[in-house]
Write a protein that binds this ligand. Sequence first.
Ligand SMILES: [Fe+2]
Length: 383
Amino acid sequence: MAYPFRLPEVVYLGRGALANLGQEVKRFAASRALLITDAGVQAAGLDKKIIGMIEEVGTKVDVFAEVEAEPSTETVDRAGRLVREGGYQLLVALGGGSPMDVTKGASVLAVNGGSIKDYVGIELIPQKGVPAIFIPTTAGTGSEVTQNAIFAFKEEQVKKGVVSRHLLPRVAIVDPELTLSCPPRLTAATGVDALVHAVESYTALKATPQTDIYALEAIRLISASLRTAVFNGSDLEAREKMALGSFFAGVSLANAGVGAVHALAYPLGGKFHVSHGVSNALLFAPVLEFNCLSNLAKFARVAGAMGEPVAGKSCREAAMLAVKAVRELVEDVGIPTRLRDVGVSEDDIEFLTLSAEKQTRLLSNNPRAMTRKDIERIYSSTL
Ligand SMILES: [Fe+2]
């Protein structure tokens, strides 16, 4: 079966990529733009430079910086109303996955109306939204290249995804220099998330030869540079490898999808407010261990791309090295490895299991079928 392969219209990738922002803003001939960001980005002072660059080409810019971590449906609905009522002709997303996802939502809500809750699911958005430029400041979510956006539904204590070709960014500007101020813990969590994107999409049922190229290169780049990026954040070479790796992982994720790591991670964000990166990191090795047997050859290549000594090993032995390599990487960068470390107790396993089971879009793409019992066992063994 052949699957569609999509990319943003324009991508600038690498050191100095940000220098292209002015000409891209100009291309949209917008008199007014809205910059969507968050308090962390403002505290790091990254917004000022971007505002200056937009104004320099004659576009007036306002700022919406009320995006919280793991953004709620209320926040995106509010941003959508602001874009519609304010008559903004261009949006600029600056930050990690949260501001980027809110920008995607606000863009389509401004044109289509309603609440983001009306569009949960696949391809339910009728018309394309207000054009937007995406500038990530973390190396991890890949949101700048995907057609997905994830929001927290507060009442239900769950996170749900909106998937539509109209969410695919028009322009992505990925400049590693913007990640230099990203603190170690955030670098670790978002970096592991990027590796999860690469490994999950590489081994997903929807993986294609085209997505495999991006995924394998992402696994190589991230495995070789994440520790340095965490422990020496000013190392621009490591930051650049992470930016490229995260982007390539995003390309693979956007087109091949992810699987059970994300499915089992979402309920942790919804109920326990564990960040997306940490949730994924917690479930990464346990789910990988479960999945390994489904495609030994591919998991063996994951181990090789992570720098494990696979030569002379049997396929099974090599595949198991991928699990070991992931476990070591997560531990080395200081992310919790037990669910109890983030406040989960035995009494919560049932809620988590029932909630994860509903992530059918993700579970149906996992290389090994997962029953309710399997999900429960994985949570229990990670407690
Ligand atoms: Fe993710």
